[in-house]
Design a protein around this ligand. Structure first.
Ligand code: PEP
Ligand code: MN
Length: 352
């Protein structure tokens, strides 16, 4: 047995921070071997990852090395004594991964988003006692994510983990995928038994913000990290911008402050709530920016049509509607009035 690390036991009791590392894609035997060997020498990585079948946005790119890569993964797993995991998106992938004794599977964001695919995977996994990690769907739809867990649980799978990899969003900047931390927090609130790990590589999409994002995930009590690692990131066939070398992984990990206690201490709760406030504020700013762009467009139309900038009827309607709506949401009338007066003033200034 190569399992110096017991994935199932960790899922049952995920006290230690789990570290999954390895390349986005298995590209060649040499690349996977060199990366994995260096990772195993850090003595900090628990599971090696590597994509064998790659979901690419457009055809004719590198779509993964396919079946022969599974053989290399297993060979390298024996050599490094680390368990290996790969992504499955079809029942054929599941069949092959199981045939080659891959230790754990993950389901990608595009697959979680599709209930038909999820059901096919669930059907193909009946009787397979293998740990499965489920990435969040691309869209910020918690029900879809939970539905994927329900489908696999109905197939009798007992060792399931969530991977938070962020959500597609045109306002995601500086991230590749908007983390929307409140969504994994809500998943945890509703399903405290499911460990959640954070795939900072696909959240960030670049190397520069990996460390701060990892620290944030840890401060929000993540159970582990998935970090794409490549022996020569610049030459990677997929996700070159976000992968780091095993050496950089070592320094990233050593610079993290790992919370000693995840229990009910006030500091931790405060931190968690403040992070939620930060995400909400970021969304508010994005929305304000979006609103002001539209109001500039409205200004152009008014100019072209010789209309006055101030349309008093419209402004009265907006204000009274928002005050009423605010009241039903438990917000104070004065506050709503102050905020919308400021927003409206800015809108008018832009149009003058
Ligand atoms: C990956 O892990 O390489 C991958 C394709 O991820 P996601 O499904 O999160 O895009
Ligand atoms: Mn990737």
């Amino acid at each position: 047995m190569n399992d110096s690390f017991d994935i199932k036991r960790w899922i049952e009791n995920p006290d230690e921070l789990l570290l999954i590392a390895g390349p986005c894609s298995v590209e060649s035997r040499e690349q996977f071997f060199e990366t994995s060997l260096k990772l195993s020498e850090l003595h900090q990585v628990n599971i090696l990852r590597g994509g064998i079948w790659k979901p690419r946005t457009r055809p004719n790119g590198f779509e993964g090395i396919g079946e022969k890569g599974l053989k290399w993964m297993k060979e390298i797993s024996r050599e490094t004594r680390l368990p290996v995991m790969t992504e499955v998106a079809t029942p054929q992938h599941v069949e092959l991964a199981i045939k080659y004794n891959i230790d754990a599977l993950w389901i990608g964001a595009r697959t979680t988003a599709n209930p038909f695919s999820m059901q096919q995977l669930a059907d193909s996994l009946v009787g397979a006692d293998i740990p499965v990690f489920i990435k969040n769907p691309i869209a910020p739809d918690l029900k879809l994510w939970i539905g994927a867990f329900e489908r696999l649980a109905s197939s009798g799978l007992k060792h399931l983990v969530a991977i938070h990899r962020g959500f597609q969003d045109i306002n995601a900047s500086p991230y590749r995928n908007n983390p929307r931390w409140e969504i994994p927090i809500e998943l945890h609130r509703q399903n405290p038994e499911i460990p959640i790990i954070t795939d900072i590589s696909h959240i960030c999409g670049c190397r520069e913000i990996l460390h701060t994002t990892a620290q944030k995930a840890i401060d929000l009590a993540t159970n582990g990290l998935m970090i794409e690692t490549h022996c020569n990131p610049e030459t990677a066939l997929t996700d070159a911008e976000q992968q780091i070398t095993p050496e950089s992984l070592k320094s990233l990990i050593s610079n993290l402050i790992i919370n000693k206690s995840k229990s009910n201490n006030a500091d931790f709760l405060l931190h968690e709530l403040r992070s939620q406030i930060d995400s909400i504020d970021e969304e508010l700013l994005n929305l304000l920016a979006k609103r002001s762009k539209i109001s500039t467009q409205i200004g152009d139309i008014k100019k072209e049509n010789n209309l006055t900038v101030l349309q008093l009827d419209r402004w009265n309607t907006i204000l009274s509607n928002h005050i009423e709506r605010g009241k039903t949401l438990g917000l104070k009338e004065d506050m709503i009035k102050d905020i919308f007066e400021l927003i409206h003033k800015d809108s008018i200034d832009r149009q003058l």
